[in-house]
Design a protein around this ligand. Sequence first.
Ligand SMILES: [Zn+2]
Length: 207
Amino acid sequence: MDKIFKGVLEFQQEDFETHRELFSQLGREQKPHTLFIGCSDSRVVPTLITKTDPGELFLVRNVANIVPPFGSAARDGGTTAAIEYAVQALDVDTIVVCGHSNCGGCAAMNMDPAELDLLPHTREWLKISAEVPERVTQKLRSNDPAEREWLTEQLNIVVQMRNLLTFPYVKEKVVAGTLNILGWYYIIETGEVLNFNDSTGHFELVT
Ligand SMILES: [Zn+2]
C-alpha cells in the first residue's frame, strides 16, 4: 500500500509539474476523442499503449471488455451508462473495443460453470458473451489450447463491436460516418496491437 501513496507524491512532484498547463486547461471540461472499452486486466494500460494524454480517452474497463447489448441496464448500468455518456454527451468520434492476449475473463468463458463457484458475479457477467465459446468450438481447426485461447479473445472483441450497434445512437452515428468503431487485440508480451479489418474479417498488425 505504501507504494501507491508514494506514487501519489511522486506524481504531484514530477508528472503533474510537467503537465501543469494541460491539467489547468482540463480542470473545467473534458473533450475526449475516443471511448476506449478495455479489460480490467492490470497489464492493459490504455494511455500507455496509445501514447495519449489525460483528457483524450474516456475509459470503460470491465472483466473481458464486454459491451452488454442496449437495454440491459439492469445487468450492467455502469458500462452502458458510460457508453451513453461518451457518445451522447461527449460526442466522441471513435470507439475502441480492446481485448488482449492471456485474458483471464476470456479463459473463464471456456470453463465449466462449476469451476466459477467462488466467482458468482464473474460467472453471471460472462454470460453476456455466452455465444463466444460456442462459436469458437465450431470454428476450431485443432485441439491446440492456444488456438482456443486467441480465438476466444478475438471473437469476443468482434461480438462486442456488434453489441455496440444495438445502441440506436451509436448505429445512427456509424451510418452517418461521424463515429468509427475499432476492434483491437493487444498482445502483452510483444506490445503489438492488431486491428480488426471489417472487410477481411481478420485482425491485422498495426504498423
Ligand atoms: Zn482480460
